[in-house]
Write a protein that binds this ligand. Structure first.
Ligand code: FES
Ligand code: FES
Length: 159
């Protein structure tokens, strides 16, 4: 067993793990934060996306032993004092989800993308989001939402 220390959504976490568990397992099973979804489990769909040190990663492909000292943000960390993040607001206002299974991964990937690409073009959004899959095919509305969020995010307080 191995002790790991990291922060999740700004709160320090200290856990004993075997080390070979995925970050997705740590978040969902050990910490019972189920907003991050298990889709494919092999790095293909993006449903499990979280940010590590502000970079989007696939938590199903990230080992617990590799998160020591890192700053992790999951979907539960995006709203502040009950106020939704501009990306969450934009997903709601554009109705950018159907079953919702891909949504938290889409939002987290969009968050990492928008941090690096403020107010991007539609074409850039499509390229930046192409590795996140939506089985319901809500892609056009997802891109609409990210386009709106890209304009709103710089005006509002960021995490
Ligand atoms: S569950 Fe991680 S990429 Fe699909
Ligand atoms: S809304 Fe159902 S998978 Fe995207």
């Amino acid at each position: 067993m191995k002790q790991i220390n990291f922060t999740l959504n700004g709160k320090p976490v200290s856990l004993e793990v075997q080390g070979q568990e995925s970050l997705l397992t740590i978040i969902r099973t050990y910490l019972e934060q189920t907003g991050t979804k298990y889709g494919c489990g092999i790095g293909e769909c993006g449903a499990c996306t979280v940010l590590i040190n502000k970079e989007p990663v696939r938590s199903c492909m990230t080992l617990a032993e590799d998160i020591e000292g890192k700053e992790i943000i999951s979907i539960e960390g995006l709203s502040v004092d009950g106020e939704l993040h501009p990306i969450q607001e934009a997903f709601i206002s554009h109705d950018a989800l159907q079953c919702g299974f891909c949504t938290s991964g889409m939002i987290m990937n969009a968050y990492g993308f928008l941090l690096q690409n403020p107010n991007p073009s539609r074409e850039k959004i499509i390229v930046g989001m192409e590795s996140n899959l939506c089985r319901c095919g809500a892609y056009n509305r997802i891109v609409d939402a990210i386009e709106t969020a890209g304009k709103e995010m710089p005006k509002k307080v960021k995490l």
